[in-house]
Design a protein around this ligand. Structure first.
Ligand code: PMP
Length: 425
């Protein structure tokens, strides 16, 4: 089979609404490498968009799933429950940031975790409104899309958004927006548009993912915590992309001195199986009526079994410190390249949630062509990269945290050659 043949079939079979970054049809994947149907090998710096932080088909994750398939694969926890679901909740309640009693609900996708976090915050506060940030990404369901702070392609042509969702600017000093601007924005919103007594929740990513890998400054997080405490608002950290060792911590919020009330998780939680969760303050989590939360597949046994193995692997293989080590090596290399590539205006990110941002050579305008050019060149040379950012001018690096040193070094050489090729073109 050829990639091009499958791709042609894809064009007639699949909605064009499902975007595609490559035309590489996967035959198998292992660790940080992927092989396509034509036998070509790629180094994977996407990790299924920050999902296989523990690597493709980690033997311990595969073994846990295999063992689970041998006993049962689905009973629906609301009908016939199982113990490993409770035990995973206990582990998350213990590990999610926040020095208070916590409870958990399992769902299936990131967007669903976001939906549920908002439902829970609304039930707990009896209030309707939600504040989110420009450039934030929270999913493609109706509330997720409404909370997302980017119009094209996420909101375009999809009609009315959910009511009572308000966006404020996210502080990005590189683009001239400070924490003070962001907090002022909320202050003004409270004066002009929205009574704080109507606000159920403020939601943000500790590091904006799709929006461009911009870390939330510590003073923003502290300011939001204070605002939420003053007005009785639920603070939600969307850790769907930042979670599970990616930022050098199990959760990015461990890098801040304040805790959120609720945390949404998905992606890295189950190392490639569809599992998501909301964990937070026990009394807030209990606000929903029995039957108000859940779903047929929420906390599916295969995902639960995988997640236990993922948590074990993260601890046993010290993947948090590995993330920091890999990230600092990557940053160092990018900063060296930057000295001769003025288009690369910034290199940033905690742990191994690293990005490089590209502008025109005069530094003035976003340069998505450069970022996309590097992505395309790298792909030709066997390295899968992803772009992101409201202007599409950021390359994000999300390799599995288990990547061996030799493969990592090979990837960095390809990256450098790809940037040089675009620079020289
Ligand atoms: N929130 C964040 C921060 C995300 O990065 C994503 C996925 N990119 C989502 C929510 C939505 O998750 P899913 O695609 O699993 O619905």
């Amino acid at each position: 089979m050829k990639n091009a043949e499958i791709s042609a079939r894809r064009d007639t079979a699949i909605s064009r609404g499902v975007g595609m970054q490559t035309q590489i049809y996967v035959a198998r994947a292992s660790g940080s490498e992927v092989w396509d149907v034509e036998g070509n090998r790629y180094i994977d710096f996407a990790a299924g968009i920050a999902v296989v932080n523990t690597g493709h088909c980690h033997p311990r994750v595969m073994e846990a799933v295999r063992e689970q398939t041998e006993v049962f694969t689905h009973t629906c926890h609301q009908v016939l429950p199982y113990e490993n679901y409770i035990r995973l909740a206990e582990r998350l309640n213990d590990r999610v940031p926040g020095d208070f009693a916590k409870k958990t609900v399992f769902v299936t996708t990131g967007a669903e975790a976001v939906e549920n976090a908002i439902k829970i915050a609304r039930a707990a506060t009896g209030r309707p409104a939600v504040i989110a940030f420009g450039g934030g990404f929270h999913g493609r369901t109706f509330m997720g899309m409404s909370l997302t702070g980017k119009v094209a392609p996420y909101k375009q042509n999809f009609g009315a958004m959910m009511p009572d969702v308000y966006h404020v600017p996210f502080p990005i000093e590189l683009h001239g927006t400070t924490t003070e601007d962001a907090l002022d924005g909320i202050g003004k919103l409270f004066k002009t548009d929205l009574d704080p007594a109507r606000v159920a929740a403020i939601i943000l990513e500790p590091v904006q993912g799709e929006g461009g890998f911009y870390p939330a400054p510590g003073d923003l997080m502290r300011g939001l915590r204070a605002l939420c405490d003053t007005h009785g608002i639920v603070l939600i950290a969307d850790e769907i992309q930042t979670g599970f060792a990616r930022t050098g911590h199990l959760f990015a919020m461990e890098g801040y001195d304040v805790a959120p009330d609720l945390t949404t998780m998905a992606k890295g939680l189950a190392g490639g199986l569809p599992l998501a969760a909301v964990t937070g303050h026990a009394e807030i989590m209990d606000a929903a009526q029995p039957g108000g939360l859940g779903g047929t597949y929420g906390g599916n046994p295969l995902g639960i079994a995988a997640a236990h193995a993922v948590l074990d692997v993260i601890d046993d293989e010290n993947l948090c410190s590995r993330a920091t080590e890999l990230g600092s090596r990557l940053k160092q290399r990018l900063n060296e390249i930057r000295e001769r590539v003025p288009e690369m205006i910034d290199v940033r990110g905690p742990g191994f949630m690293i990005a490089a941002e590209f502008n025109t050579a005069d530094g003035k305008a976003p340069n998505p062509d450069f970022a996309n050019g590097v992505r395309a060149e790298a792909l030709k040379r066997g390295l899968v990269l992803l772009t992101c950012g409201v202007y599409g001018n950021v390359i994000r690096f999300l390799a599995p945290l288990t990547i061996p040193d030799a493969v990592f070094a090979e990837a960095l050489d390809i990256l450098e050659a790809s940037i040089d090729a675009v620079k020289g073109a």
